[in-house]
Design a protein around this ligand. Structure first.
Ligand SMILES: [Zn+2]
Length: 92
């Protein structure tokens, strides 16, 4: 599995930047990350046809590497999503 060689969080611009081993660098907005949360609760809402809406100005406050991906903690208190690296690569 491909792991990012560098992870940067810009809280001012609310961007997450992932650099991959091949040098490819991709940026994802924090709101997009929040709305794409892969936790069971958010997945269930999307399956039910509801959108998961990010609160205005939501940002990433913490990251925990989990081996196969990373847990992302958001400023709205939501911290249940563990984003696999492959999923992050698709989002960016
Ligand atoms: Zn979620």
């Amino acid at each position: 599995m491909k792991l990012p060689s560098e992870i940067r969080v810009d809280r001012g611009a609310r961007l997450l930047t992932l650099r991959w081993p091949d040098g490819d660098e991709r940026t994802i907005g924090h709101a997009q990350l929040r709305e794409s949360c892969p936790c069971a609760e958010c997945r269930r809402r999307r399956l039910a046809g509801d959108e998961v809406r990010a609160a205005e100005g939501v940002s990433v406050t913490d990251l925990q590497s989990m081996g196969y991906g990373m847990q992302i903690v958001f400023s709205d208190g939501h911290a249940r999503g563990i984003y696999p690296w492959t999923y992050l690569a698709q989002l960016a």
